[in-house]
Design a protein around this ligand. Sequence first.
Ligand SMILES: [Zn+2]
Length: 318
Amino acid sequence: MKLRNLLKYTLVLAMAAVVRPSQAQDLMARQAPIDVRLRAVDSVSLHRLLKAESMEQPSGDLYQGWTNEFVNYGQALPAEYRIDLRNFHMPTDSRVVNSHYGYRPRFHRYHYGTDIKGYMGDTIRAAFDGKVRVVKYNAKGFGKYVLIRHPNGLETIYGHMSKQLAVENQLVKAGDPIGLVGSTGRSTGPHLHFETRLLGEKIDPEKLFCFEAGDVRGDFYVFRRNGHSQLMAAHDVQNLPEVPAVEMQQTKAEESRVYQQQKMASRAQNRSRMYKVRQGDTLSKIARQHGTTVERLCKLNHISRTATLRLGQILKCS
Ligand SMILES: [Zn+2]
């Protein structure tokens, strides 16, 4: 069980034991080994453990599972998620933006990142601490690229490299070299194509960072699914506890929700990959995104090739 969840769960159990004596005995029995573990670590080593764990599986609370195979993540977005930007490091020495995020009428396609000017062989650096998830080559797109998952919930992508220096599952610190600028893939000249994503949702990097200044636009970026995302300064959020106080007085429903979440997380670790159907999805699109075939999808989900997909329908992808 993950340490952070374990702590949360211990609080839940402790509260439950106090407020519901009828079940206390059973709960106390389950609590005992946790207590022993908690007592065994002082706060400093606890902090270190939490940090080590968060690097071993960055944003493990947010992402179900870990794969080196695919860029895309078919998970539903939370209504709100606070992204800590304070550890940012410029991915390049250059601070010149060549091309912005958004629709490119000339090419009739979207550009989902920021292009930063660079010269062949310039060093590309990790934007935050994190763990390298994907190191691949895509001739028609990113070229040689690296994708890193960060403890703040973001995943960053660095495209068109001439050389990848980072390897899969490598732990990196903000500013560590991860590749060299190039022009591989769909590119017309050496530059860095830089993307920021939250659970696969693309976010305009220039909403988070001012590349010309080489700095963040705010200490935090509060992502909201309803589109009302906002930047926040640290002093506005520093009084908000990491675990909201209300969670410490959890109801039975909440307790079971936490338990269900843990069950789901461990299921995800068993490599069962589920996908929730979104607007515009087709079987072949989903198959492509998950590196599988329509045949395999149909077989896994006991559906025919011509089956109509419903919005929100859950499909097994592996
Ligand atoms: Zn680009």
